[in-house]
Design a protein around this ligand. Structure first.
Ligand code: UD1
Length: 351
């Protein structure tokens, strides 16, 4: 079997890692196409090395642009790549513009398309990620869902017959890293703050960064917290703050470059709590049993909220209140699977 994976953005490299490892173990021929959506070393190359992912076979080097232009540029180049490699499956990941471009290209070429992390919904149609995931699910021949909830969404949309519950592949990766933290092999990084007494924060979503008033309220909310906030700043956040004349490093905020994945997870593991708008980090916080405040009006990872480990601060002025309201209770619940999702992906593709 030959599978062509299409990735382009940071969280997709994390999802790709366990899949690449499982494909290698099963003797699956794996072609990796990197669209170049993320290109900075710390947003891309570092992840491939750290997570032991094979070098991409193809890099389209598309880079940054508006949503339509970026997606279109990928699409224009993708057909030739898929036709050259003639895979049994095209596999796309998550909900970025790279996901949608890969999905449309495979669908138009009538090459079987599988979508990993299918069925997630925020029901917020203003989010670019929501368009990408809905359109990709409806184009795909095989929907690889991470949770029961995702399976239910797919059934509601008439896609049950094409759906398989495999679990969450990011949990596969996290399980391995957590083991390394617990054994002391991976240490909590020294961020110049007292262990257990700091917040780890990431803010990068368009709905938070591109509206100056909302962005200012988020930054002020973080700056006004009692504990220090280690803000791992995505390039989009830094750029928008500069555009809008917002000074980031004031009050409690300590600006830090994005960390390599293992160190990010270890930093979160050592934190008092996490404040984020990232989907992955909400889930990682839960798996590490670190409380989380999510600066969004909704979340796709509803289980983290239902189990009491995540609170939404829809209005950024309520970040401090949301933090104070967190009172998570110990739980053995495993809504994201058993850390063996990638193996089930291999089985589903081989059927
Ligand atoms: C993308 C995904 C988002 C995902 C996020 C993870 C879409 C629609 N969004 O958002 O779902 O959560 O990746 O990080 O696909 N930039 C750099 N260096 C890079 C990449 C980007 O400086 O390597 C800057 C550029 O100024 C660029 C901006 O960041 O314009 C935004 O990058 P882009 O890929 O458009 O979207 P993300 O915000 O990263």
């Amino acid at each position: 079997m030959k599978v062509l994976s299409i990735v382009g953005a940071r969280p997709q490299f994390v999802k790709l890692a366990p899949i690449d490892h499982a494909f290698r173990a099963a003797g699956v021929e794996h072609v990796i196409v990197h669209t170049g959506q993320h290109y900075d070393e710390r947003m891309s190359g570092e992840f491939f090395r750290e997570l032991d992912i094979a070098e991409p076979d193809v890099n389209l080097e598309i880079g940054s642009a508006g949503h339509g232009a970026q997606t279109g540029a990928m699409l224009a180049r993708m057909d030739d790549v898929i036709l050259e490699h003639r895979p049994d499956w095209v596999l796309v990941y998550g909900d970025t513009n790279s996901t949608l471009a890969g999905a449309v290209s495979a669908a138009k070429l009538q090459v079987p398309l599988a979508h990993l992390e299918a069925g997630l919904r925020s029901f917020n149609r203003a989010m670019p990620e929501e368009h990408n995931r809905v359109l990709t699910d409806h184009a795909a021949d095989l929907l690889l869902a991470p949770t029961e909830q995702a399976m239910a969404h797919l059934a509601t949309e008439g896609l049950a017959e094409r759906s398989v519950l495999v679990g969450d592949v990011m949990t596969d990766v996290l399980t391995g890293i957590k083991r390394r933290i617990d054994s002391g092999e991976l240490e909590i990084p020294d961020l110049g703050v007292t262990p257990g007494e700091y917040h780890v924060s990431t803010i990068h979503r368009a709905e938070n960064t591109d509206d100056p008033e909302r962005l200012r309220a988020i930054v002020e909310g973080l700056q006004g917290l009692e504990r220090p906030v280690v803000l791992l700043a995505h390039p989009r956040l830094v750029q928008r703050c500069a555009d809008f004349g917002i000074v980031l490093e004031q009050g409690s905020v300590r600006v830090h470059e994005p960390l390599p994945y293992g160190r990010l997870v270890a930093a979160a593991a050592g934190a008092h709590s996490v404040i984020t708008d990232s989907g992955g980090l909400q889930k990682e916080a839960f798996l590490l049993r670190v409380p989380c405040v999510t600066v969004r009006t909704e979340t796709e990872w509803v289980e983290t909220v239902e189990l009491g480990w995540n609170v939404l601060a829809s209005d950024p002025r309520t970040i401090a209140w949301a933090l104070a309201s967190l009172d998570p209770q110990p739980t053995d619940a495993t809504p994201y699977g058993d850390g063996r999702a990638a193996q089930r992906v291999v089985e589903a593709l081989s059927r």
